[in-house]
Design a protein around this ligand. Structure first.
Ligand SMILES: Nc1nc2c(ncn2[C@@H]2O[C@H](COP(=O)(O)OP(=O)(O)OP(=O)(O)O)[C@@H](O)[C@H]2O)c(=O)[nH]1
Length: 500
């Protein structure tokens, strides 16, 4: 039988899928990074988060993987299995349809998550924006589903021009939700910066969070904006744009571009969320104090700003612990706190007036938002300020092993707090500092241990200089606080007392 010459120009399509191919390569690269982020999340935080957070991360990753597999199949179907068969471009392949749905589901999960995050950031006060975000997210999902159902019903791409309003709706809903998320989160972060505990580390971290939020918002909004506005650009730009995000297509090639672009956008969204993970922000050491807690009694809590981190913040009623560091002058209180928070030792001596630091500490798989108050040194003539008896969960009482006087001050300070608080026991760790100076030792470790035992406190020797046992000090303090905390109680009663 003679083969009929086929005139490709008679087809109601543009027979090129190059745009889809390039888009698939980019999406695959982004997918690889997303998997890497997921791996890092599990290797860093395994055991520290709650089960449902892991489930959520796994579900998102599986959906991402599924979407990527569909994209690869789609490319295989059109470019390899049907090589030299331009007619195949007329018919909707199952993977094209299913990946539209998978991307829609990923989108709604991420948007609902961000709506929840916004609500939490606002101390559960802001309802309107989160509800609008969810409605827009549902709108985007519905547009996706209707689009997929229509394509399935028709079985071919011939009706695609008539259905072009559906991807336009999808893009519009996505832009609305992403823009609202970005503005909402930035607004609340700025509010927290203005009213929260002011310090350069806090401000830096909040600035960083705002930058992340704006970047993530800009990038996740970028593709849909181009999608909707592409036709407005001049010809030269359009040549490029048409290959990625042609908004109102009249040919099936669009489906490839659309699909890949949506996948690309979602993967980017995922990627950015994960890139904003806690380790990066932890480099700032001092943490921010913004209201994100689920506990109504706690006013501030740590906030690392993004996706996975906030998943965790949301999942756990973050436990805030306020710890006061007390002791004689020059025993090394500030050095101890600085070593713990900033990981460095300062040789020079500057008397402290008072500074507060914040840091999250994972202890026994639970993350605590610790606020550490470094106080001015006490002596017989300047006893402790009664403010250190109010709202404090635990105490670190520091003496220097090179100063007998500083050791003797510990009992005085301890009794004073007990007096102030009107209780018989306080969560407390007694710390013998400067243990690297053993040649000048004036206080034996047995004396320290005995004193701690008599007062029912924990005890440890440290050196801020050599970073010996520094982290352990605060772990012990948390341990002492938790001993006095009823099981499942997020907030132990901070010592609030009548001053006698
Ligand atoms: N060798 C040694 N020196 C230390 C150590 N910790 C602190 N110092 C030194 O002790 C001096 C006082 O340290 P600070 O941390 O300022 O003491 P402080 O208790 O905060 O002093 P106030 O602010 O007056 O209460 C500084 O010169 C520190 O370098 C340590 O572990 N080993």
């Amino acid at each position: 039988m003679a083969t009929q010459a086929f005139d490709i120009s008679q087809l109601p399509i543009v027979p090129t899928a190059g745009a889809g191919l390039i888009g698939s390569y980019l999406a695959a690269m982004m997918y690889g990074l997303t998997v890497l982020q997921t791996y890092q999340y599990f290797s860093r935080y395994w055991g520290a988060d709650r089960t449902h957070v892991y489930v959520l991360v796994v579900v998102l990753t599986v959906l991402d993987t599924f979407s990527m597999a569909c994209n690869i199949h789609m490319m295989w179907h059109f470019l390899i299995a049907n090589y030299c068969n331009p007619l195949s471009l007329l018919f909707a392949d199952w993977s094209t349809l299913v990946s539209i749905l998978a991307n829609g589901v990923i989108g709604i999960i991420v948007q609902v998550f961000y709506a929840y995050r916004l609500w939490m950031l606002s101390d559960r006060k802001e309802y309107i924006a989160p509800i609008v975000i969810v409605i827009l997210g549902i709108g985007a999902l519905v547009s996706c589903n209707v689009h997929m159902a229509q394509l399935y019903k028709h079985g071919t791409f011939l009706q695609v021009a008539k259905l072009a309003y559906l991807p336009t709706m999808y893009f519009s809903f996505s832009i609305g939700a992403d823009a609202l998320i970005t503005f909402g989160i930035t607004f609340w972060l700025m509010r927290h910066r203005n009213r929260g505990m002011r310090s350069s580390t806090n401000d830096n971290t909040i600035r960083k969070l705002i930058t992340y939020t704006i970047n993530a918002g800009a990038i996740t909004t970028y593709v849909p904006v181009l999608g909707n506005l592409g036709d407005e650009f001049d010809d030269s730009v359009q040549i490029v744009l048409r290959h990625f995000v042609d908004p109102l297509p009249s040919d099936p090639e669009f489906i490839l571009r659309f699909d890949v672009c949506v996948a690309f956008e979602q993967v980017l969204c995922e990627l950015h969320s994960r890139l904003n993970a806690r380790e990066e922000l932890r480099k700032n050491r001092g943490l921010v104090t913004v209201n994100l807690t689920t506990s109504s009694t706690s006013k501030t809590t740590s906030y690392y700003g993004t996706h996975l981190e906030i998943m965790k913040s949301m999942s756990t009623a973050l436990k805030k612990r306020k710890i006061a560091v007390l002791g004689s002058r020059s025993v090394g209180k500030s050095s101890l706190v600085k070593q713990f928070i900033e990981n460095h030792f300062v040789d020079s001596y500057y008397p402290t007036i008072e500074s507060t630091f914040a840091k999250s500490v994972v202890y026994k798989g639970v993350e605590y938002d610790c606020h550490i108050i470094d106080t001015a040194g006490q002596d017989e003539y300047s006893p402790i300020n009664s403010q250190y008896a109010i709202g404090i969960h635990g105490y670190v009482l520091v003496y220097s092993i090179t100063s007998r006087n500083s050791f003797n001050m510990i009992q005085i300070v301890h009794d004073k707090i007990i007096d102030f608080c009107g209780v018989s026991k306080i969560p407390c760790v007694i710390v013998g500092s400067k243990c690297d100076l053993s040649m000048s030792r004036q206080v034996d470790s047995t004396d320290g241990e005995r004193l701690a035992k008599e007062n029912d406190c924990a005890w440890i020797e440290t050196s801020a200089k050599t970073n010996h046992n520094v982290g352990k000090v605060f772990e012990l303090c948390l341990q002492e606080i938790e001993k006095l905390t009823a099981p499942n109680q997020a907030e132990p009663p901070a010592k609030s007392c009548t001053i006698q």
